[in-house]
Design a protein around this ligand. Structure first.
Ligand SMILES: Cc1cc2nc3c(=O)[nH]c(=O)nc-3n(C[C@H](O)[C@H](O)[C@H](O)COP(=O)(O)O)c2cc1C
Length: 226
């Protein structure tokens, strides 16, 4: 698979088949992703890979707690800045609207939206959950390194016929996740990544998000050739 093919075929999968993913496959994906670059080669990432009863136990625990605290625990970092401005806010809004449109959930259908949002905490049915931690000492440059690692992982997963969904939503449940995984105190949960085989027929997986054009995101300063 060419890199460009992987880049263009990766989407956030929000409905997975229950088929298990072998340990060797997960190991191979991480084995390739670990070659992502990082400033000073710090490699400031750590994953927990969880499946089977361990995963079911976590998901059940979160589901139970959600009955009592539907909004979850306080995230340790701001997932979006307060007062998010345009064009970012407009993009976020559109991606949400387009997502709910795939499953026929209208703007005023609050229970329908909540039900879809809550699928985050079932890992969208994925058989494997990856939880990405970063040392609290790290700042923006290392968080960017983490992003390169995670994108590498999501692209390599495609070579195994696997899809992914990065999920910041899990930051809402970092205390409960820590109870299950027991990470070192100095580590902070960045996000979860659902990993598994895509349910190709699921309407929610028809979502294809948009991107700003090359000229919108690049200022070319030259002279250039060609
Ligand atoms: C770090 C990160 C966290 C994300 N968190 C969530 C999440 O909690 N729930 C969700 O449904 N999608 C989540 N997404 C998926 C984004 O909404 C998605 O990447 C974006 O809309 C672009 O769509 P695409 O991934 O299908 O290209 C996340 C993506 C990233 C990179």
């Amino acid at each position: 698979m060419f890199v460009a093919d992987a880049l263009l075929s990766r989407i956030s999968c929000r409905k997975f088949l229950p088929d298990p993913v072998p340990l060797n496959t997960v190991r191979d994906i991480i084995d390739k992703a670990r070659w992502a670059p990082s400033g000073g080669n710090l490699q400031p990432w750590h994953l927990y890979a969880i499946t089977g009863d361990a995963l079911t136990g976590l998901l059940d625990d979160v589901a139970r707690k959600m009955e009592v605290i539907p909004r979850g625990e306080r995230p340790e970092y701001l997932v979006y800045p307060d007062g998010l401005k345009d064009p970012y806010e407009a993009r976020r809004f559109k991606c949400g609207e387009d997502l709910y449109a795939t499953i026929g959930v209208t703007r005023d259908n609050k229970p329908g939206r909540l039900a879809q949002f809550r699928q985050n905490f079932q890992l969208f049915g994925a058989p494997v959950g990856l939880f990405a931690y970063i040392d609290r000492q790290m700042g923006p440059p290392q968080w960017s390194d983490m992003g390169m690692f995670l994108q590498s992982l999501m692209l390599v997963a495609l070579e195994h016929g696997l899809h992914t969904c990065a999920q910041e939503a899990w930051a809402q449940w970092h205390y409960t996740i820590a109870e299950h995984l027991d990470p070192p105190k100095e580590w902070m949960l960045f996000c979860g990544i659902a990993l598994g085989y895509m349910d190709e027929g699921a309407p929610v997986n028809r979502l294809r998000t948009e991107r700003a054009t090359v000229d919108e995101i690049t200022t070319f300063v030259g002279p250039w050739t060609g």
